[in-house]
Design a protein around this ligand. Sequence first.
Ligand SMILES: Nc1nc2c(ncn2[C@@H]2O[C@H](COP(=O)(O)OP(=O)(O)OP(=O)(O)O)[C@@H](O)[C@H]2O)c(=O)[nH]1
Ligand SMILES: [Mg+2]
Length: 335
Amino acid sequence: VRTRDHRRLFADAVDGDRGAAGRLLSMVERGGENAQQVAALAFAPSESIDAVIGVTGAPGAGKSTLTDGLVAEARRAGHRVGVLAIDPSSPYSGGAILGDRVRMQRHADDPGVFIRSMATRGHHGGLALAVPEAIRLLGAIGYRTVVVETVGVGQVEVDIAGAADTTVVVVTPGWGDSVQASKAGLLEIADVFVVNKADRPGVDQTVRDLETMLDLDPLAASVERDPAAPAAWRPPVLATVATTGEGVAQVWEQLCAHHERLARTGELERRRRRRLLDELERALVGQLRREVRLLADGDAYREVADSVLAGRLDPQAGAERLAALAGLAERGPGR
Ligand SMILES: Nc1nc2c(ncn2[C@@H]2O[C@H](COP(=O)(O)OP(=O)(O)OP(=O)(O)O)[C@@H](O)[C@H]2O)c(=O)[nH]1
Ligand SMILES: [Mg+2]
């Protein structure tokens, strides 16, 4: 695909052509040369994104159903909304699509909503790079509020939560009994806790468990001491029945409150700048890996590797020699 074609697709997407938007997102998802072209087009120096909301939690917790309700709230407030449903486990976006589309069916004919499933690029760090690019693309073509749904608990989830301004962690009644280890991680990323499926028993206990957990969290506790401190946001714990919409308006309200606070304290700007620098670093590391992999096919690499294996060179020194050979390293004094 030539640059001219990228531009044409991009212009069509801005004009509301959903097919064009889908093709651009596929390019971003697959990575490589096309993704780079699209990323360059979508990268606007002025902010084209109003809000990025992450919705994360265990499989089947009701993330898509809740997202559907949040999209409805956002539409009522007059926002155009892009939804990215991320499936970090699958190399294809096939599996996730059906369920998500069904759950968000009522927005299917709304030109103000664009829903898209995305799968991993299939190599480490690929998804973490593709997601912010996809978010920017959605913003650049006019969907300035973006909801990112991710499944699972673990590093991928945390990486993707890192792409959002505000993160909603969805749990279900009874959740408090299990996954002790993941709680700390969730505390770090949650700006709003939702206990969904509140039509089931145990919801009050789960809400209490989460509140207790927040009581013990030093950051959340600081809210009482200094409510004006920028970091002092105690994540609210809200119960919802996503299937009936019960409690969803309150979640939307809290998302707005959190966003307003981020903007007011300068934290929004700070988070976004930090994310951009993280992206720059990840992209750089990716670039270096590619360069070194090219090197790895050559004799120089084998020579260094043999030296390391033979005990003549320590790995650190070996790496420095290879970096120097690749022209990557500064060979000034002290190196
Ligand atoms: N009883 C009850 N069921 C719900 C509620 N919210 C969602 N569900 C149901 O739970 C199932 C999973 O909902 P989804 O919204 O697809 O959950 P998800 O977290 O997006 O699932 P994955 O993306 O597959 O991880 C569906 O059958 C929903 O209808 C709720 O509040 N109460
Ligand atoms: Mg889902």
